[in-house]
Design a protein. Sequence first.
Length: 202
Amino acid sequence: MEKFIQLGEKFGLEGEKLLEFVLEQEEKEKKLETSNLQHHPSCNLFSRTSQIFEYKMNHDMKLIQSWLTANKLTLNTKKTKFTLIGTPFNLSKVHNDITEQVNNKSPERVSEHKTLRVYIDESLTWHSHINDVTKKISAGLAVFRRISATIPFDTRRNIYNALVTLYFNYCSSVWGNIGKGLSAKLQKLQNRAARIVHQSRL
């Protein structure tokens, strides 16, 4: 693909025209080779989709690198990772060997990544994030329950805000549109915390 990009740039092509040129040249090259893909149009479609993804990602990465260079900044390629976000059906169209180039190096592709204490997965299901939140709140409530009988109501309410409300509100505008199953898990924790705060067994 790189040789066709360089050839297209010599012709003065850019943007969508350059992409069309690259894909057209690659298609011609494939026709010259004997391949089973010629007998499977669906495989050609998947391959073309992967090429489009790969080209656009690397094109955007070049723009980012240009901005970093202009502002005298560098990108740590050892810590750089990338995730493709989409529905499982659309992600199935993309080959697993798709690569993104950062300073001539290929960063690791991951299915999920933790950013600013929020787990973002490739299908935006938020399962990993809710599981992490659930573990942290449960651990805090276990300690909270042991000392709740010895402290006044105002103190219990403050502890509730620190141990529960904090996690519920943090970046909730990002992950708040979760499914009923995950919402039910959080609601159970909310009910459990309310019983501790009010010293109730209901």
